[in-house]
Design a protein around this ligand. Structure first.
Ligand code: PLP
Length: 490
């Protein structure tokens, strides 16, 4: 067995008796006094077994651990459908302003006017971006935004005396869509995509009946395609009393170009931790505001930030038809400050340029990889492209192997095996902020792997070999993560 690399050594294993990293003055409390000063149950019978290490050992240990993190601040991150964008540092400066960072969430309205003003303006800006009349900033994730939206749709139908029990969702949908719908008490009916990866209109028409509460779709869809018949879809739904929900988790393809509200959607959510550059990953904190048209406003979660005639801001709790409160305090406020900063620094023209460049970059990648990989749909894509590794799979190299080989070549992997309707899917989202040089380096690596699949498939099959850990059992790693060091019993 080869020696374990030093970053794999735990601080306890570096321990050597007599080493230490502190210099404290000697205690002036006589040991004999401890028993009288502290209640017996707080006195340890023996000193704890702490690692004995020098200062350089400690500093190097934690510095090494910090370098094991893979993130947007260190590497390109082409994870499709999850928009791992850069996190502008000005966002962090603003979120750390003491007036925001130190504000207690229960500060009375009179003492939190600045925070309420920011929330009011951010909701207005998001409403403007999406063509929605009202926005709630409360949901803490895209999935919670979906839940809020679907609950509002349910409350709307009930307020009209209608009981509808199903929600239609295309087979290309993100997994949170059916989960949120089920959590809201609806049953899910899955619709087929047509040969071009778009909603199959005939299938939609067949399923639209009096029991359908909503149609929930992603635009652009998860194949990175703009649903071209969207006006027809929303009109057909409305004609049958069906509300239309847009999953707007990845808004960066359409910012400033079109708006869900103008396309006929009644509800949409945003992921601030995707499109609007707030940090993302490690389990949060996320933020998934939800926007609605005016007819759904009575059902918004409480409280709603309102502005009175003399310009002051207040929290309105008096909304009898509200679906209720969804989130502790007022949502993840620090994320709201970051997203607000981003929108304000970009301005309308800047946001439009984001969408144009996101689409340009994705099409550049698609074009460069076309030929070496199969594509999932004909024609150009929006902010992300979905390829299929079915050709490589026949040579013994799966989408998962390609993802692992990319790690060896210094890139994070794209999303794999999603959307589910594409065999051996590789879903690549470069985002708008990457340079041509970075995109080229990534495409070169992808092309190299496609060539290797023909000549030396073992390279991908055995990858990764350069990472701190090799292939994990992904299910076990997620279900039973080992989060702390446990001493070996001697
Ligand atoms: C990320 C994503 C979601 C869910 O957002 P979370 O914040 O992870 O809950 C929903 N739909 C799509 C298309 C997404 O990409």
């Amino acid at each position: 067995m080869t020696a374990r690399p030093s970053y794999d050594k735990l601080i306890f294993e570096l321990s050597s008796p007599g080493r230490f990293a502190y210099s404290l003055p000697a205690s002036d409390v006589p040991v004999s006094d401890v028993a009288t000063l502290l209640p017996a149950e707080f006195v340890r019978p023996a000193a704890p077994e702490l690692p004995e290490v020098s200062e350089v050992d400690v500093v190097r240990h934690y510095s090494r651990l910090s370098q094991l993190n893979y993130g947007v601040d260190t590497h390109f991150y082409p994870l499709g459908s999850c928009t791992m964008k850069y996190n502008p540092k000005v966002n962090e400066d603003m979120a750390r302003l003491p007036g925001f960072a130190r504000l207690h969430p229960l500060t009375p309205e009179a003492g939190s006017q600045g925070a309420l003003a920011l929330m009011h303006e951010l909701a207005r800006d998001l409403g403007e971006i999406a063509g929605m009349d009202h926005v709630s900033l409360q949901p803490a994730a895209g999935a919670q935004g979906e839940l809020a939206g679907v609950l509002m749709i349910r409350a709307y139908h009930l307020s009209r005396g209608e009981r509808r029990h199903t929600v239609l969702i295309p087979d290309s949908a993100h997994g949170t869509n059916p989960a949120s719908v089920a959590l809201a008490g609806f049953s899910v009916v899955q619709l087929r995509s047509d040969d071009h990866g778009e909603v199959d209109l005939a299938d939609l028409d067949r399923h639209l009946d009096e029991d359908v509460a909503a149609f929930m779709i992603t635009q652009p869809n998860t194949l990175g395609l703009f649903e071209s018949k969207i006006h027809q879809i929303t009109e057909t739904c409305h004609a049958r009393g069906v509300q239309v929900y847009m999953d707007g988790a990845n808004f960066n393809a359409i910012l400033g170009l079109t708006r869900p509200g103008d396309l006929g959607f009644d509800v949409c959510h945003f992921n601030l931790h995707k499109t609007f550059t707030t940090p993302h990953g490690g389990g949060g904190p996320g933020s998934g505001p939800v926007g609605v048209k005016a007819h759904l406003a009575p059902f918004l979660p409480v409280p709603v930030v309102v502005q009175d005639e003399d310009g002051g801001f207040a929290l309105d709790w008096n909304r009898p038809q509200s679906i209720g409160k969804l989130q502790a305090f007022w949502g993840n406020f620090g994320m709201l400050v970051r997203a607000y900063t981003y929108i304000r620094t970009m301005g309308p023209g800047g946001l439009r340029a984001v969408a144009e460049n996101a689409v340009l970059n994705a099409n550049y990648v698609l074009k460069r990889l076309d030929g070496d990989y199969d594509r999932s749909a004909p024609g150009p894509c929006m902010h992300e492209c979905v390829l299929s590794a079915r050709r490589q799979k026949r040579l013994g190299v799966s989408a998962m192997d390609i993802a692992k080989r990319l790690l060896d070549l210094g890139f994070y992997a794209p999303t794999t095996y999603f959307p589910l309707i594409i065999e051996e899917a590789l879903m690549i989202e470069p985002t708008e902020t990457e340079s041509k040089e970075t995109l080229d380096a990534f495409c070169d690596a992808m092309i190299q792997i496609a060539r290797e699949a023909e000549t030396n498939p073992a390279l991908a099959q055995e990858a990764p070999v350069t990472t701190p850990v090799r292939r994990l059992d992904q299910t076990l790693a997620a279900r039973q993560p080992v989060l702390r060091w446990t001493p070996q019993v001697k």
